[in-house]
Design a protein around this ligand. Structure first.
Ligand code: GRG
Length: 324
């Protein structure tokens, strides 16, 4: 594999790269095998992250932090981060997963807080009692808040190791923006304020681009920046992330309307909370079609940018067809 001005040209036998013929599709992949391997690297990275960050926490917060962070989940954000790194740098060092772990710490805190009585008041997540049902509301609120700066520290350390101080600053800025009021926090606020009101298609899309899409896209951008991506590769991976995030959220609405609590590992709640959803807006078939179209748009962004990473291509289908 040859490095070209911060990009990588995929040669014969390579599994990933940027700068390969634009328009080329990545070969088919054994997705469940690949995801199992990827998630086990993510779990190791999360264990490493907590081992280094726990000494910074009051001991009482360690059990709720461990529960919120280590109780499963698809680990999509760190997998995307490491895949974006691999797409541009051609390898998957542990530090790329350590960087992805920082994004997962933000995701974990957001779910711990989202499940609190003041927000969705959920008792079940990933097939287990939610963190506040096991550890109480105050400890969960504090542990979630403690995870926010720890995620920043984790991102800073991993990005410095991969790419030095200058890139690490941009990586950290990317995470902070996506997690903040212009991104995930703002999206959640719009979601809560929109309960009991019918949102327009534009409002719904804006809400989900912030609430879900921003962090997914940031995971890709962070991996790509740390891997030394060219501007073209960065743009392609971000465009992929925006479409993937939308496809993921539409599929989430479809699952909430059609799957059981047992299948989802959480109790479907959109109807009970009177939330505006893509299913309410377009009907089930229309929402499914829209999710598939966005998945295809995500793949197209990779083709256009010549990003050749089989896992990213496969994930654009997975987020739409997943069952949890
Ligand atoms: C102060 C208003 C305010 C907000 C605080 C709580 C919060 C910040 C944000 C919540 C954002 C949120 C709940 C986003 C949900 C995104 C989403 C689709 C989650 C499910 O993601 P998956 O399916 O989950 O990747 P797993 O379990 O696989 O990790």
């Amino acid at each position: 594999m040859t490095r070209l001005n911060g990009t990588v040209r995929a040669g014969e036998g390579d599994s990933a790269g940027v700068g390969a013929d634009a328009g080329r599709d990545a070969p088919a992949l054994d997705l469940s095998g690949a995801l199992a391997r990827e998630s086990s690297r993510v779990e190791e990275a999360l264990e490493r992250a907590l081992a280094s960050l726990e000494p910074l926490l009051p001991p009482a917060l360690i059990p709720p932090v461990r529960h919120g962070v280590l109780s499963g989940g698809k680990r999509l954000r760190p997998v995307l981060c490491a895949a974006a790194y691999r797409a541009v740098a051609g390898s998957s060092p542990n530090a790329a997963y350590d960087l992805g772990a920082a994004v997962e710490l933000i995701h974990a805190y957001s779910l711990m807080h989202d499940d609190l009585p003041a927000m969705d008041d959920a008792g079940l997540r990933r097939g287990e009692p939610t963190t506040h049902r096991l550890h109480g509301v105050p400890a969960t609120a504090w542990a979630g808040a403690a995870l926010i700066p720890l995620a920043g520290l984790q991102a800073w350390r991993a990005a410095r190791e991969l790419a030095g101080d200058e890139v690490a600053r941009e990586v950290l800025g990317t995470l902070a923006e996506a997690a903040g009021a212009g991104g995930m926090v703002g999206g959640q606020a719009l979601d809560l304020l929109g309960e009991d009101r019918t949102l327009s298609a534009e409002e719904l899309e804006d809400l989900h681009r912030r609430k879900t899409g921003a962090l997914l896209t940031a995971a890709l951008r962070m991996g790509a920046l740390a891997g030394g991506a060219s501007p073209e590769a960065l743009e392609a991976l971000e465009a992929y992330g925006r479409s993937l995030g939308l496809a993921f959220q539409i599929a989430d609405d479809v699952l909430d309307a059609t799957a059981t609590a047992e299948e989802l590992g959480k109790v479907p709640s959109d109807e009970a909370l009177s939330k505006s959803t893509y299913v309410a807006l377009h009907g089930l078939d229309g929402a499914r079609r829209r999710a598939r179209d966005e998945g295809e748009r995500a793949r197209e962004a990779l083709r256009r940018g010549g990003v050749y990473e089989p896992l990213l291509h496969a994930l654009a289908g997975y987020v739409v067809e997943r069952r949890r």
